[in-house]
Write a protein that binds this ligand. Structure first.
Ligand code: TA6
Length: 266
């Protein structure tokens, strides 16, 4: 499936129509996202890396695949535009017989990528065109390239989180020597909107909007995940904009936008 390319100044974004998933974001020649060397790009299974979209549920549920079906459907290109300081791409996914067999609701989802010189804004808008309300959870599951041996997310210090690995409510350690986060990590951090991550000589600022939590994930060395290449877990941290603590409910005609903005050297 041919990927879509956006360019602005020194920045280039590659998006696959399969899952409307960002695969690569290059700024000044440096890759800012992480994509596994073992990722299946043939449209058979979820792509490991980039920015998978989790919808209409986040995580595992009884009725269907992990993180929903949005990341394994082909999205239609709705529009593309270019100005001197901005490139924009909009993709769309609508309900059909296959989605209704898993989740019986009419919906319209739009994924918008806006690329600027040093910034990437990603927005997932879901609308309810039907006659009955529906509820969903969602996430922008961003795999951000970093060196985990140097990883330190200072904003986490002292914050409460739900540890999915231990199924326990915990507090991140505080103090100068605390490993933040400890790895492996699968943490749901209520309300966290803002984080800063080292990427080589640069700082990547992460800002989440329309979320109720940030999810921080890295599987650590003993993950056994076949489509993470050998040692790949040392090259990324997922910092996700998620609405997972409580579902979003949309009445007829309502819409909600979940988004994340990534800014270099903010
Ligand atoms: O966002 C963290 C998480 O939900 C983890 O629990 C972990 O399993 C990860 O996503 C990856 O899920 P996936 O279905 O893509 O293997």
């Amino acid at each position: 499936m041919s990927p879509l390319i956006l360019r602005c100044a020194d920045s280039q974004l590659t998006v696959s129509p399969f899952g409307a998933q960002a695969l690569s974001w290059l700024v000044a020649g440096e890759e800012r996202l992480w994509l596994s060397l073992n990722a299946d790009l043939d449209g058979h299974r979820p792509i490991r890396g980039g920015v998978p979209l989790c919808f209409p549920w986040f995580g595992n549920v009884a009725q269907g695949p992990s993180h929903g079906f949005a990341r394994t459907r082909v999205w239609q290109v709705e529009g593309q535009s270019q100005t001197a300081d901005r490139a924009k791409l909009v993709l769309q996914l609508k309900h059909d017989a296959e989605t209704e067999s898993l989740w019986p609701h009419p919906f319209r989802a739009e994924m918008t990528y806006t690329l600027e010189a040093n910034r990437l804004h990603m927005a997932l808008t879901v609308a309810n065109p039907g006659t009955q309300p529906f509820s969903y959870t969602a996430a922008l599951h961003s795999y951000l390239r970093t060196d985990t041996s140097q990883l330190r997310l200072a904003e986490l210090a002292g914050l409460p989180y739900h540890d999915k690995l231990a199924n326990a409510d915990c507090l991140f350690e505080d103090g100068a020597n605390a490993a933040l986060p400890p790895i492996p990590v699968d943490a749901i951090v209520p309300g966290l909107s803002h984080c800063r991550l080292a990427q080589g000589n640069d700082i990547l600022q992460i800002d989440n909007q329309g979320h109720d939590a940030a999810v921080i994930w890295n599987p650590g060395p003993d993950h056994g995940i076949g489509d993470v290449h050998f040692g790949g877990e040392q090259e990324f941290i997922c910092i996700e904009s998620a609405h997972t603590l409580t579902p979003i409910t949309l009445a007829t005609g309502q819409r909600h936008t979940l988004s994340q903005t990534l800014t270099i050297n903010a």
